[in-house]
Design a protein around this ligand. Sequence first.
Ligand code: ADP
Ligand code: MG
Length: 234
Amino acid sequence: TDRLLQKSEKLALLGQMAAGIAHEIRNPLTSIKGFIQLLKSNDLKEEYFDIIFSELERINSIVGEFLVLAKPSASIFVEQDVKVLIKDVVTLINTQSILNNVQIFVEFDSDLPMVSCERNQLKQVFLNLLKNSIEAMPKGGSIDVKVKEKEEGKISIQIIDQGVGIPKERIPTLGEPFYTTKEKGTGLGLMTCFKIIESHNGKLTIQSKLNEGTTIEIILPTITQSLLKMDRVR
Ligand code: ADP
Ligand code: MG
């Protein structure tokens, strides 16, 4: 019965998510429909085109975020050095950070233990978090990424920004889908991060102060810790 209950809970959650997605996608679709009708009868074509284009982009990013979550069925966990993943992601986001006057500093413990992870998913987490930090500093600034062995069997990854911060009362609700303060946001990035870190038996915590900045910490079990856990399950 335990498993059945879990399954019905999952289905209920899925239903809620589906309703949320349908709603979020219907808004831009309605807007696209309206502007296409206007295009037919009006000479403000270029402006309408821009709106249609950005609404399509919005639908695309909503669907894209959900695809990341839909993938775990095919996920492969491998032994990985987080250092390498973080360096890859920092390179990937380099142009965006330069354009926004943001510098990213990365600091590693030497001799970091390996973790067991789904590479692309973990990269997605770092990408979403770094993006949020960049977007939180409209006037530029710096982001510190610190990776260390927190205690035996645990790796800590901190992403520290000097951005706008998050109101105290909002912090406990972060990770709920579709909460965004951005005009072009989807409000799905953090939810995706929470889900992925959870599926890695890790933990994601958020500390923030308005107008001072935000620190996100991810704790991941090291590979030996993950193997021990698997042993116990068996
Ligand atoms: P999105 O980035 O599309 O808005 P997210 O799920 O990534 O969606 O983030 C949800 C909201 O949480 C953001 O709109 C923002 O208000 C807040 N937030 C997340 N990360 C940060 C951060 N580093 N600094 C300030 N606010 C943040
Ligand atoms: Mg985001």
